[in-house]
Design a protein around this ligand. Structure first.
Ligand code: HEM
Length: 424
């Protein structure tokens, strides 16, 4: 086998140098082969995107903990869509710690526990018509509306607004992909159906205006008449000096909750159900323990590890060497949690589900200062969603004539998941 001047085989280095998280071919076919090829190598820079890819578990763990040289405000780097920063995700240092101190109590385990009954009711309501059919499209019928309806309930938005929220979410997270661009009615596309940057930028800007108008109205209403929802709690927050959060901060926080809370749960649930459809033994093992309160939590954590879904960007704030990567100021790195969480060196038998795995220090919810703010809600949605899905639809299989469409947006997941219900 020939090697390049760093001693890495030419096939391996070309796979890594052309790595692009948003490439549908990579996400659909080669993703885990590329991660396997990269095992044991230091982080590599993709010539195709100019970004550094951190793939090993220890590389990603360290990146999450090096806020001294890595910033969360990666939008200061190339930002062709003109996206604006969200809070606390794109803040750093004392500013981020202050936001978390103010926001963590709103998403604590006790408040999320109060949602248990509602989450179960929404799951059952969505599953009832699916369970009565022989065929369904599980993303449109369950994994998309489920977290969106819960999000509306949590924030205090009218539940019937959830289709509008799903559309806005797709504009932000997935409009660069041919499938969603088509659904959103974007006509300015190339031969592969990929939309032009201009078309996406126009749509993103238009949606941003709509979202801001929507949020401003609800924020104003809750200032006048607070009820028991997250928007009312947000407007009631006071800093130590007694000052409330500004309108701009509140909108950026709501944007972050919206972008963080929807596609993630949708993506993860769709990947889990697809896997269970193709691997009935794993599904049976999950169903055997799903009502055991001591075993279901660790099993859900193992599913989060196995189907870890996000690549998290960071921007280098200075020239430095990190895990062998020679970073220059403003370089962007991608911390690829799906690769880290399948690293055999940290998780023996990483490519297999092991519902008894302990310890299970996966990076699916991140690590360090920015660790997922919605973690207690996410775990609850995943556990209850999976329990209700399997209680009401114990048997299902993939539809050989209508394969799933794999997503290639910001989060790993599926755009469609056609299922045969009652068979398999
Ligand atoms: C399966 C579901 C979820 C997964 C896998 C997930 C994953 C993550 C990860 C990896 C981060 C770290 C980002 C970083 O280091 O920069 C994060 C942050 C965040 N997540 Fe989640 N998340 C999920 C669900 C949710 C939900 C339901 C919400 C809220 C309703 C939420 C809100 C947030 C927010 C606001 C942040 C930013 C925190 C900060 O920067 O301090 N997430 N999430």
């Amino acid at each position: 086998m020939s090697t390049d001047d760093t001693g890495v085989s030419v096939g391996v280095s070309s796979a890594l140098q052309t790595l692009d998280w948003f490439d549908p071919e990579f996400r659909e076919r080669t993703e885990f082969d590329v991660y396997a090829l990269a095992r044991g190598l230091p982080p590599q820079r993709s010539e195709r995107t100019g970004e550094w890819y951190f793939l090993g578990y220890e590389d990603c763990r360290e990146a999450f903990q090096r806020a001294d040289v890595l910033s969360n405000n990666w939008l200061l780097g190339p930002n062709p869509l003109g996206l604006s920063t969200v809070l606390p995700e794109n803040s750093d240092g004392d500013e981020q710690r202050e936001y978390r101190r103010l926001l963590d109590p709103l998403f604590g385990p006790k408040l999320m526990e109060d949602l248990e009954g509602d989450i179960r009711d929404y799951a059952a309501q969505l599953m009832r018509p699916i369970a009565a059919k022989s065929h369904c499209e599980f993303v449109a019928e369950f994994t998309m509306p489920f977290p969106t309806i819960i999000f509306c309930r949590l924030m205090g938005f009218p539940l019937e607004d959830h289709p509008q929220l799903m559309r806005w979410k797709d504009v932000y997270m997935n409009s660069m992909t041919p499938f969603i661009a088509r659904q959103l009615g974007i006509t300015d596309v190339d031969a592969d159906g990929r939309p032009s940057m201009d078309a996406v930028r126009r749509l993103t800007e238009q949606s941003a205006k709509e979202i801001i108008a929507y949020l401003s109205e609800i924020l104003e209403e809750r200032r006048r008449r607070p009820v028991s929802d997250v928007i009312s709690m947000l407007v009631a927050i006071r800093r130590p000096d007694g000052a409330p959060l500004s309108e701009d901060e509140l909108i950026r926080i709501c944007f972050n909750l919206f972008l963080g809370g929807l596609d993630t749960v949708t993506g993860l649930l769709s990947m889990i159900v697809k896997h269970f459809a193709a691997h009935p033994d794993d599904r049976a093992a999950f169903m055997a323990l799903m009502d055991d309160p001591t075993r279901v939590g660790p099993a859900v954590e193992e599913l989060v590890r196995f189907h870890s879904i996000v690549a998290i960007p960071r921007r280098a704030t200075t020239d430095c060497v990190l895990r062998g990567a020679e970073l220059r100021e403003d370089d962007i790195i991608q911390v690829v949690t799906p690769a880290a969480d399948r690293d055999d060196a940290r998780f023996p038998g990483a490519d297999h589900l092991d519902f008894e795995r302990a310890p299970n220090p996966h990076l699916g919810f991140g690590l360090g200062l920015h660790r997922c703010l919605g973690i207690h809600l996410a775990r609850r949605e995943l556990r209850i969603g999976l329990q209700e899905i399997h209680r009401m639809m114990p048997r299902y299989s993939l539809d050989a004539d209508d394969p799933p469409i794999v997503g290639s947006g910001g989060v790993r997941g599926l755009f469609t998941l056609p299922l045969r219900v009652g068979i398999g």
